[in-house]
Design a protein around this ligand. Structure first.
Ligand SMILES: Cc1cc2nc3c(=O)[nH]c(=O)nc-3n(C[C@H](O)[C@H](O)[C@H](O)COP(=O)(O)OP(=O)(O)OC[C@H]3O[C@@H](n4cnc5c(N)ncnc54)[C@H](O)[C@@H]3O)c2cc1C
Length: 483
């Protein structure tokens, strides 16, 4: 690369299959459904990959390119449609892997952390632990913290108490489509838009977050129960979710997740916050008694005594999900208020019963309480701050040894469940950029659902026109309706 193309000698790496497999967690289940025996696409289409080390380097790259050249950003590489990792033959990629700074500071209200756009959750969690703090981080250790924030990410374990991570943002450095560097604060309208639709609007260089004290989370309890038949999983889910509706959803001092996994286990996880009073053992007992009554053996237990232990609990499980390539699809559905009995019955009798857990054995259905601080906090352009109850249907498998036909069957089974959900009144589908599969063919999320309200969707679309009129930032989960 000569000096004119690359004015301040920003590092580049080859845009090839090695980069793609190193940086991308899994390939979209829609991309592996290839026609006529074509190979699974396993490399990026982009021309050049830059690895900038500062806002100035990002600005210099952007300014050196033709004004309408498309630009993709890769942070943790976990977005489910791989939009920015594939990019396009006209595009360049900004691989933000070098932006790893994590700095703590204090103001009159407490602790703050400023993190660079290359920081992944494991790095953030370890640093926050060392500073005795807590944050509503997501589960995947390799998920990019900024990729999660700019798409409105939520924490199934912590958002009920600590809000969304984006709701804790106080400041952000971005580079605009023109190459201009800006520092945004909450009084700037673009600041709010960035915290749910940011992947369509600008490049985030760093973000500052308010850190909570570590003692806001007391810890968690987990029970893993084996099942043999899907009918058993459905039957347990019915009764476990009724208990969740009665005991968890009205009580913001505790959160619960029920996972039904293709590995034939049911995993009930409870996270207890500082406001929780009473005995944790007594609280968990009804779900244990239910398992005993239904003769489902408890095969493992987790007892987590801190925010850190809870935040890190799933890292080994996720690290064990490997494939050649690993394939995934993400779909979410949820209710804005307390789910009615018909909705809970649909979740059990259709989602738990029909998700492709046998065909794609690493798959899971995660059913969760949300609401709480996520709902009462600052409104961001993401449906994640409007839902009290939701579930993720995560289809995951190793493509090695699966024929094109088997891959097609898995994608079809997944979409069939989601299509049935679309017909259920009161159920929202695709709640946010982090909880959607944007490359589903012939289907699209609804802008007002994914951004939370009609007004937010209108605000995002107007902001996009204003700040990125050439649609340079086009590789994101909202591409079907924000351009
Ligand atoms: C194992 C796993 C666990 C997950 N857990 C959770 C969870 O608990 N909660 C949750 O809400 N979601 C979760 N997700 C979803 C995840 O948060 C989203 O897919 C998120 O967008 C991934 O961010 P990333 O940086 O890793 O991905 P990337 O693919 O690198 O980026 C995602 C999107 O953000 C854009 N982007 C990245 N960096 C920047 C930047 N600096 N400036 C502007 N745009 C940028 C990219 O262009 C792309 O469009 C999980 C996903 C996986 C695979």
């Amino acid at each position: 690369m000569d000096h004119e193309d690359n004015p301040i000698e920003v590092e580049t790496v080859e845009a090839n299959a090695a980069w793609f497999s190193e940086r991308i967690w899994a390939i979209s289940g829609n991309k592996v459904v290839t026609k006529d025996g074509a190979a699974i696409p396993r490399t990026t289409l982009a021309k050049t990959i830059y690895r900038p080390r500062s806002a100035q380097e990002i600005a210099a790259v952007i300014k050196s390119l033709p004004k309408s050249m498309p630009i993709a950003c890769v942070c943790g590489g976990h977005e489910s449609a791989n939009a920015s990792a594939y990019a396009s033959t006209e595009a360049i990629i900004l691989d933000l892997v070098h932006l790893k700074s994590i700095e703590f500071s204090n103001d009159s209200e407490g602790m703050l952390v400023t993190l660079g756009a290359g920081v992944c959750f494991r790095e953030l969690v370890e640093a926050v632990k060392a500073n005795h703090g807590a944050l509503p981080v997501g589960t995947g250790q390799g998920v990019g913290a900024v990729g999660y924030i700019v798409n409105g990410g939520l924490s199934g374990y912590f958002s009920r108490r600590l809000g969304l991570l984006g709701q804790r943002a106080t400041r952000m450095t971005v580079v605009m489509a023109t190459g201009e560097i800006r520092v945004l604060t909450p009084s700037d309208p673009l600041f709010t838009a960035m915290l749910g639709a940011g992947s369509a609007l600008a490049v985030v260089v760093d973000v500052t977050l308010r850190v909570a004290p570590q003692n806001v989370v007391r810890g968690g309890e987990q029970r893993v129960m084996a099942f043999e038949t899907r009918a058993q999983a459905v039957a347990y889910s019915h009764r476990a979710l009724r208990l969740m509706k009665e005991r968890i959803l009205p009580d913001e001092t505790v959160s619960m997740e029920l996972v039904v996994a293709g590995t034939k286990v049911l995993v009930a996880t409870f996270v207890f916050y500082d406001g929780f009073k009473g005995s944790i053992a007594d609280f968990v007992k009804p779900w244990e008694d239910l398992a005993a009554e239904m003769k489902l053996p408890v095969v493992a237990e987790g007892h987590w005594a801190s925010w850190y232990e809870t935040a890190a609990a799933l890292w080994p499980v996720i690290a064990g999900q490997k494939g050649d390539p690993l394939v995934s699809m993400y779909h979410a559905m949820g209710t804005r208020g307390m789910p009615d009995d018909a909705t809970l019955a649909f979740v059990c009798d259709t989602v738990v019963a029909e998700a492709p857990l046998d065909e794609a054995a690493m798959s899971i259905v995660e059913i969760r309480a949300l609401g709480g601080a996520a709902m009462s906090g600052r409104k961001l352009p993401t449906g994640n701050c409007h839902h009290a109850f939701f579930l993720d249907m995560v289809t995951i498998y190793d493509a090695k040894g699966k024929s094109a036909e088997e891959r097609m069957v898995i994608a079809d089974l997944t979409k069939r469940v989601v299509d049935k959900a679309r017909a259920v009144g009161g159920l929202s589908i695709d709640l946010s950029g982090t909880h959607s599969q944007p490359d589903d063919p012939d289907r699209s999320a609804v802008a007002a659902v994914i951004f939370g309200t009609e007004d937010m969707a209108a605000m995002v679309k107007a902001t996009k026109k204003q700040v990125d009129p050439h649609n340079r930032f086009r590789f994101h989960p909202f591409a079907k309706f924000v351009s």
